[in-house]
Design a protein around this ligand. Structure first.
Ligand code: HEM
Length: 505
């Protein structure tokens, strides 16, 4: 048999490549095997994906969807793949087993702008810079020692607050508004050594500014959902201009605080505030990568956005639940008044002895976690969560609100029963995935000690000095539990109560 010479010339090469060719021929079968096993997804619409299913209270809509599609769901918010986690088991996979793979943050346009191009801690993607900044926060700004050093601020502001309420008594007090002003005064003095009496901003109050920033951060900017053309939509809808106004409103405030501290004529303060610490570190330049004025402002973003709102929201929810549950209120007042006596103020050194107070705060943070969906996480690599394949750059939302109300974890989950924590080791410090108020893993809230110290101290004093009654004509059943908000969720209606001075005789 004769062969074409070209054939004979190529035959050895052909035989050499035959195994590779076989691999190619077999590949379609292998490809079938490699089809990713994606988490269940609710049906989506073209372009907007599942955005229309979020509703006004995304944590509640997502919880309802999870009842149908399970504790791990893959949604598309616009073009952004988003994993929604709704059980403690799945949360453990994300925040412990795969913490390293899942601990970045999505670089959205709003977070980028508000955080001075990710120079902060909370919104900065996972990087060496984030590790350094987080270390700085944990060691220098929010350590237990630093939090204790500001006890005098909390005590003075609380005393002022008690005076105000005493004068108002027996008239109704809008606790929602007043709690915000108290948290504002405490945080301002801790951060910059003085208060601004609500006059920080050109446009509106600190409360308005914080809520606007939260709305911006939680909103789905078209630029994030639709790469390439989304920014044009943001310009036309006015979203871009609104975000710029919000950024500059805060920026002027931070700049003014930093300038005041850099003024050579400023007298040396008796107590170092947070900006003093940051400026000292800026001058030392001990931090790898160096601290800049913008990174100082970015840290201030975190302290104001994370520190003021969350603590006041928690005290208001606690007072709401105590008003709905007179038995718990009486038990708490008896504990505090027996322990503190006629001293006139509960001091932070008393708090250690107040076991029931701690149970009440825990139960409040379970039923009403202010950050209902934590902060968004993002995967850095492909990983398997709950047996499903999850791609890199997938956004992750952990629905803490749903997990805290899951009957698999909690008996009578909708009821306010502080005693459930008696003789129980379950707490919110990141080891128990059924209780995630402060998150867990690498991104757990570094302000946990500051937050719990403030909330316990303020709540203890409120119920120690006053008995609280409902406004005339209002019944316990009328107390609303309706929620509002996106990044943080608060009581929709202001909480108004009537303080009656307690007679210590
Ligand atoms: C009741 C009060 C508070 C609650 C419920 C709360 C809750 C949270 C949650 C859920 C996270 C995200 C965790 C995650 O992504 O997995 C977080 C992060 C953070 N919180 Fe808080 N927080 C509170 C108070 C504070 C305070 C007082 C500060 C500081 C003054 C603070 C500073 C931060 C920072 C800087 C982060 C970002 C951490 C990071 O990404 O590495 N928080 N907080």
């Amino acid at each position: 048999m004769a062969f074409h010479p070209l054939f004979l010339q190529w035959l050895p090469l052909f035989l050499l490549l035959l195994p590779i060719l076989c691999l190619f021929i077999l590949k379609p079968k292998n490809r079938e095997k490699q089809i990713p096993n994606l988490p269940p997804s609710p049906p989506r619409l073209p372009i907007i994906g599942n955005l229309h299913q979020l509703g006004k209270a995304p944590h509640q809509s997502l919880w309802k969807l999870s009842q149908k599609y399970g504790p791990i769901m893959l949604l598309k918010l616009g073009q952004v793949p988003t994993l929604v986690i709704s059980s403690s088991e799945m949360a453990k996979e994300v925040l412990k087993t795969h913490d390293h793979e899942c601990c970045s943050r999505p670089p959205t346009e709003s977070l980028r702008r508000i955080s001075y191009n990710f120079l902060d801690v909370a919104f900065s993607p996972y990087s060496d810079y984030w590790r350094e900044m987080r270390k700085l926060c944990v060691i220098e700004l929010l350590s237990s020692k630093r939090v204790r050093s500001f006890e005098f601020v909390r005590k003075q502001e609380m005393a002022r607050f008690i005076n105000f309420v005493s004068e108002a008594s027996p008239n109704e007090v809008n606790l929602t508004k007043k709690m915000f002003s108290l948290a504002d005064a405490m945080v301002c003095r801790i951060v910059c050594g003085r208060t601004y009496e609500g006059k920080q901003f050109e446009f509106g109050s600190l409360e308005d500014a914080i809520h606007e920033a939260m709305t911006m951060m939680a909103s789905f900017s078209a630029a994030d959902s639709f790469p390439y053309f989304g920014w044009i939509v943001d310009v036309f809808t006015g979203f871009h201009a609104r975000r710029e106004k919000c950024f500059h409103n805060f920026d002027k405030f931070y700049q003014r605080m930093v300038d005041e501290h850099l003024d050579p004529a400023r007298p040396k303060p008796e107590h170092e505030d947070i900006i003093d610490v940051l400026i000292r570190l800026l001058k030392d330049q001990t931090m790898a990568g160096g601290l800049t004025k913008d990174s100082i402002k970015a840290v201030l973003v975190n302290v104001f956005l994370a520190g003021v709102d969350t603590s006041s929201i928690t005290v208001v929810w606690a007072m709401t639940e105590l008003s709905r549950n007179p038995r718990v209120m009486k038990k708490l007042q008896a504990e505090i008044r027996n322990c503190v006596g006629k001293k006139g103020i509960v001091e932070e050194s008393d708090i250690e002895k107040l076991d029931y107070l701690k149970l009440v705060v825990k139960e409040t943070l379970r039923l009403h976690p202010p950050a209902v969906l934590l902060l968004p996480h993002e995967t850095m690599v492909q990983c398997k969560i709950g047996g499903y394949d999850v791609y890199p750059k997938t956004r992750i939302q952990v629905n803490a609100w749903a997990i805290h109300r899951d009957p698999q974890n909690w008996k009578e989950p909708e009821e306010f029963i502080p005693e459930r924590f008696e003789n129980s080791c379950i707490d919110f410090k990141g080891q128990h995935f059924e209780f995630l108020t402060f998150g867990a893993g690498r991104r757990i809230c570094p302000g946990l000690v500051m937050a719990t110290t403030t909330v316990e101290f303020v709540l203890a004093n409120l119920v120690y000095r006053f008995d609280w009654q409902l406004p005339s004509g209002m019944k316990i059943e009328d107390i609303s539990l309706e929620e509002e908000g996106t990044f943080t969720v608060y009581r929709k209606l202001p909480l108004c109560l009537v303080p009656i001075k307690y007679n210590f005789q």
